[in-house]
Each structure stands twice: as C-alpha cells, then as structure tokens.
Design a protein around this ligand. Structure first.
Ligand SMILES: Cc1cc2nc3c(=O)[nH]c(=O)nc-3n(C[C@H](O)[C@H](O)[C@H](O)COP(=O)(O)OP(=O)(O)OC[C@H]3O[C@@H](n4cnc5c(N)ncnc54)[C@H](O)[C@@H]3O)c2cc1C
Length: 438
C-alpha cells in the first residue's frame, strides 16, 4: 500500500530517504520540507565508510560519488613552524575501511546535491522531474506519487493518532500524513516535538567540543595532505587543500567554558565567528591567515559536537533519522554512513511490513540500533588527542606519530581493521526490490 510521507530536513539522509521510498514503491507520495531556502551546500569533506560504501553501490550512485571524490594524499601533524610529524596515508582498499583519510571523502554539498537530484529522478526513465513552484505544491499535489521539496518552511506542530499524523507548518498550511520522518539534524525539532522540548534537547550529549568549517583561498604551499596543528589549551586547526581552488579550514576547541558554548550553539554565523576569533587569536602556525579568511568566508558553518542518544528512534507514526535520532559526531567519521544506513533500514522495514507503519517503525527502532551503537563508538584517543592541553603532550604525540609512520605501524593497523564495523553487513531487505550491485 503506497504511503503519504513527510520528511523534515533536506540534508543528507532526508533526500536519501526520499530516494529509497520512491525506489521501493513509485506510488509513494513523499514531501520533503527544509527550513532553508534551498539545499545547503556548506560543510567540508565528509566520509563514506564501512556499510556506506556497499549501500551507495547498491543504489547505483557510486559512479557519481567517484566523480566527486576528493583525492587527499593523507594526513600529517604539524608544529608551529609547519614541520610535519608523522605522515599517514589513505586506506586504499576501495571498501570503506577506516584510516584517518577515508577512501571516499566527498564534499558535503556535493553529496547533498547528488542525493537530492537522485531523489527527483524517475526510477524507470532516470529523467529528473520538473520541480513545481511552491504554489503548485498544494494539498492535492501532495497526494500524488513522487517526490517534491518545499523549501523555507518547518513543521510547527505534530499530532498523531492511530491512522495518521496531522502537521501544521510555519507558512500556516496544514496536512495529514501516514508517516513523518524527522531528518532535521542534531538539534532536531522533530525529536523535541516527539519527546518534549527539554527531554529532546537533553538527548544531545555534548562533548564540550566546537568546530568551525569553511574555505579560504588556496596557496600552492598548502599541499595535498590534511595538516593538523595542535595549538594547546584544547585548540586545534587543520587545513585540507585537495579540493582546489579553495582550501578547507577546520577550527576545533574542547573546553568546558559556558561563554564558548553560548557563543557557538544555535548562534548566527557572525556571533560564532566572534567566538572562534577570540578563542584562536594569536595561537600560531597559520591561524592568523585562517581567522582573516573566516571573516570573508561565505560558506562558514559551525556547531557544537555531540552525540544524540535517544531511547527510541520511533514512536507510533513518527521516526527519527540520522543526526536527529543518533548523531554519531563528526569525530567518529561515521555520521553520514549511519544516517544512510538508517534510511536503508527504515525503507526496508516499511517495504517488509507493507502499510503497517507502526510495526515497521518498531522494527526499525530495534534493527538500526546495532549500527548506531557501532557508529557511536569514539575512535581510540578521541576526543582528547585532537585537542591536547599541554605543550609536552603535543611533543609526545608528535614523537609517537613519527615512530608509528616510520615503522609503518599505521599500515598494519589499517590492514587489520575490519571493513564492516562491528562485523555488521548491510541489512538485506529483498522486499525493497533493490538487487545486489553487480
Ligand atoms: C550546513 C551543514 C554543514 C555540515 N558540515 C559538516 C562537515 O563539514 N563535516 C561533518 O562531519 N559534518 C557536517 N555536517 C553534519 C553532517 O551533514 C551530518 O552529521 C551527517 O551527514 C548526517 O546528516 P543528516 O541528514 O542527519 O543531518 P544534516 O546534514 O545536519 O541535515 C539536517 C537538515 O535538516 C534541516 N533542518 C533542521 N531543522 C529543521 C527544521 N526544523 N525544519 C526543516 N528542516 C530542518 C537542516 O537545515 C539540514 O538541511 C553538516 C551539517 C550541516 C547542516
């Protein structure tokens, strides 16, 4: 039985979910609402790892991903004079296995755009649907099969009963759906509406870390390796230059300071820039260049780093997907992958339990959990290793990194790390009708 579905959030897993709902039943009617006026292209390199690689192959999107992959040579620590300490390579396995630089690094904006476009393609013809104007997406249009996006709006209220969910939107419109999926990021309003404002917010477990992501004009000396500088006092700055003509900049700080938290969380970009400007003032290496570039950047994005630990990711006819339900935190490198696995699992359960939305959501809640648990494991040494406090700690890390790479211990470690995290494989749902990739 085809479903009428609302997806909140057109980031990464929102469009992926729309695509899967369309592939599994072309009669499904899917509306995606996004509070921004269009697809957001900010964000820097994100990783497709582990189960994310077979999933994208399965969806036939790997060729498009490969065209967009950022070919980074590896990763090195640098000191204040720019001297490298330990140079780590990529895993080079074509499988999604772990290393500092994943084999499938892609700019977040490129991934968001390609998933958005794929969701709008007719599964039979591969031709993209013309997108209707906002006025054309009236209540009647939302009953029709296919995928459509409504930008610049957000749900205000959700009221569910046994048969559906009534939603009122910020533009005053009201609609009823069989199912609502919150794919609206780590601060998810859907989660807060589902569990209550305070409880929903408290599910975001902060790591007292804050990151700014943006790009600056490239210089030839930036090279092809990601370079990471420990500035002490919990601060780190990195550049990644493998995606010309811009160099990507990351500023990271780990601090219990309330002032920093208040200056970053849910603030305007200008207020966040002020906060990072203060925290990184005069801290060496290329940080003056980075701060100067930050003020001119048009793609600046910053947020606090945390993990979402929700007791359940579905209630009745409302489900949470990706960061909204189980943000893994960028430091795991698994956030994008687990959000895609979530979409695959939810679409699989909906296909399996045809029309029985509540049973499908209960099964999703249980079956996505092992992937979430695995993805949320923090890598050894994190988060403190990237945000060391003292100069002797930094020197010790540089010494160990140099030894590890000199004796090629990193290569041995990459070789023995399992490709599918936790021994888990992509879950199989023959009911979806999406065959294994050749
Ligand atoms: C602009 C941006 C840049 C990012 N950059 C990086 C990065 O450089 N590195 C990294 O590791 N991770 C980054 N992330 C996070 C990363 O995209 C996710 O951790 C991961 O890919 C899972 O994606 P998601 O779809 O669950 O959430 P997200 O990618 O966060 O997408 C959520 C979407 O929901 C929308 N939204 C939020 N609230 C509402 C609402 N109330 N109504 C409607 N829509 C709403 C947001 O605007 C966004 O488009 C970024 C996220 C965003 C939004």
């Amino acid at each position: 039985m085809p479903l009428k579905v609302l997806i909140v959030g057109a980031g990464i897993c929102g469009p992926a979910m729309a695509l899967l709902l369309r592939r599994t039943d072309p009669e499904n009617s899917v509306t995606v609402v996004e509070r921004y006026p269009g697809i957001r292209h900010n964000g820097l390199q994100i990783d497709l790892r582990s189960w994310g690689v077979p999933l994208m192959k399965r969806l036939g999107l790997m060729d498009v991903v490969r065209e967009k992959v950022v070919h980074e040579a590896g990763f090195a620590f640098v000191d204040g004079k720019g001297k490298r300490h330990g140079v780590f390579g990529t895993s080079g396995t074509d499988s999604g296995a772990q290393s500092f630089t994943s084999e499938f690094e892609i700019m977040r904006g490129d991934l968001a755009q390609l998933l958005y476009e794929a969701s709008l393609k007719d599964p039979q013809t591969g031709v993209m649907d013309p997108q209707p104007t906002p006025e054309q997406i009236d209540a009647e249009a939302e009953n029709k099969p296919g995928v459509r996006y409504r930008f610049g709006i957000t749900p205000k209220t959700l009221v569910q009963d046994d048969d559906g969910v009534d939603v009122t939107f910020s533009d005053g419109t009201e609609r009823r759906y069989d199912l609502v999926i919150g794919a609206d990021g780590q601060w998810s309003r859907t989660r807060r509406m589902l569990f209550g404002e305070e409880a929903g917010l408290a599910m975001l477990k902060r790591l007292n870390m804050y990151t700014a992501y943006y790009t600056i004009p490239q210089q030839p000396s930036d090279g092809e390796h990601a370079l990471y500088y420990h500035a002490g006092a919990g601060r780190g700055a990195a550049l990644r230059a493998a995606h010309p003509p811009r160099t990507q900049v990351y500023l990271v700080v780990r601090t219990a300071s309330d002032e920093v938290r208040r200056g970053v969380e849910r603030q305007s970009a200008a207020a966040q820039m002020d906060t990072f400007g203060k925290v990184f003032a005069g801290c060496g290496w290329q940080t003056e260049r980075f701060l100067d570039g930050m003020r001119k950047a048009t793609d600046f994005y910053a947020d606090s780093i945390g993990q979402v630990k929700a007791p359940h990711v579905a209630r009745g006819r409302v489900a949470l997907l990706g960061d909204a339900g189980y943000c893994a935190a960028p430091i795991t490198g698994m956030g994008t992958t687990v959000s895609l696995i979530g979409a695959w699992t939810l679409a699989g359960e909906l296909a399996r339990h045809k029309g029985d939305v509540k049973t499908a959501l209960e099964a999703y809640d249980v079956n996505v959990r092992p992937y979430v648990d695995e993805a949320q494991k923090l890598p050894p040494g994190s988060p403190w290793m990237m945000t060391l406090q003292s100069s002797w700690g930094i020197r010790l890390l540089h010494f160990i990194a140099s030894l590890v790479t000199f004796f090629k211990i990193d290569k041995i470690l990459f070789a023995i790390v399992p490709e599918n995290k936790g021994g888990l494989a992509l879950p199989e749902y023959p009911e979806m009708g999406i065959p294994a990739a050749p």
